[in-house]
Design a binder for this molecule. Structure first.
Ligand SMILES: Nc1ncnc2c1ncn2[C@@H]1O[C@H](COP(=O)(O)OP(=O)(O)OP(=O)(O)O)[C@@H](O)[C@H]1O
Ligand SMILES: [Mg+2]
Length: 298
């Protein structure tokens, strides 16, 4: 893998459709069938079918607690289904050896916790462990992958710092570097832009596009910003109460009715002048459609 260490907005291909992936051309297929996920007696996801578009960027959107992280963790084999299955290239992921899954599917969890005192470079190095064996511990390829991942996420200067002493945004980028260094063909990112300032949000999302367009990685990420979701997704998956209520291209999924149904928010959906993707403008009690607020016209 080659990661471009100097990401710029101009380099990104936002709004440019990716080349259609050739079915079976090196993109592992990840799918869920009749998936039921539960914590004890509480069923969180039920009867969910999903085929993750191979070689594309999919973005999951939905209200807090609707089951996005739960689904992502099941797709990464971190959570066993109560019923149904997750399949990787047609084989039940829960029956596959851990190392085999870890070489194919990488995940950035929503709230990862690093061991006390672990440095950034050691954290990112852990992303390489699925590629190591007892006879091949650490190689120049590992070295390269770690250096590239640090550079791509802008944390090279933080390499020797303990993760638990970083700011929220720095820490988030260190974790993204770990997932990037794993070099898996499937990358699952749970709210990768949390804690990041606008500039770093754009950098990270552009990096995701690079990993997809250049390296052909399949990406599934959870985002709360619907406008960023529309800009960056080839495929949007809208969830409500543990079910998928709509999926497809951003323009067909993100509508006023959908935002109302999923988020209980009235909005206007217009066209993003930069990318021609849907641009959601929410209303609120103080910002109703008429432009007249509770305090009078502004
Ligand atoms: N480890 C757990 N044990 C018990 N219940 C859990 C656990 N993790 C999540 N839940 C519950 O499962 C439901 C779905 O949680 P999940 O984290 O998947 O939501 P989410 O859509 O990712 O929400 P958010 O947008 O807030 O991250 C919630 O009701 C939550 O309280
Ligand atoms: Mg979540």
């Amino acid at each position: 893998m080659t990661v471009n260490p100097t990401l710029t907005i101009a380099d990104s291909e936002i709004g440019v459709p990716p080349p259609a992936p050739t079915p079976g051309a090196g993109h592992p297929e990840l799918r869920a069938e009749r998936l039921r996920l539960a914590y004890g007696d509480r069923v969180v996801v039920d009867d969910l079918d999903l085929v993750v578009p191979p070689g594309r960027i999919s973005v999951i959107v939905g209200a807090n607690a609707c089951g996005k992280s739960t689904l992502l963790r099941a797709l990464a084999r971190l959570l066993n289904p109560e019923a149904g299955s997750v399949q990787l290239d047609g084989r039940a992921i829960h029956s596959l050896p851990t190392r085999q899954v870890a070489r194919q599917v990488g995940i950035l969890p929503q709230a990862p916790v690093a061991p006390d005192g672990l440095t950034v470079i050691d954290l990112v190095g852990r992303g390489r462990s699925p590629h190591q064996t007892w006879w091949r511990q650490w190689s120049p390829a590992d070295e390269r992958a770690v250096a590239e991942a640090l550079a791509a996420t802008g944390v090279t200067d933080l390499a020797e710092r303990p993760v638990d002493e970083l700011s929220g945004g720095q820490r988030q980028r260190a974790w993204i570097a770990m997932a990037v260094a794993q070099q898996t063909p499937v990358l699952l990112l749970d709210e990768p832009t949390t804690f990041l300032d606008l500039s770093h949000q754009i950098d990270v999302l552009d990096l995701v596009v690079d990993l997809n367009r250049r390296d052909g990685r399949t990406v599934v990420m959870v985002l709360h910003d619907l406008n960023q979701a529309c800009r960056y997704a080839d495929h949007v998956i809208a969830m409500k109460a543990g079910r998928i209520v709509a999926q497809g291209q951003p323009a067909s999924v993100i509508t006023t009715d959908l935002v109302d149904e999923v988020f209980d928010v009235r909005c206007e959906v217009t066209v993003d002048p930069l990318t021609s993707t849907p641009l959601v403008i929410p209303t609120s009690r103080h910002h109703p459609r008429s432009g007249v607020t509770a305090a009078g016209p502004r």
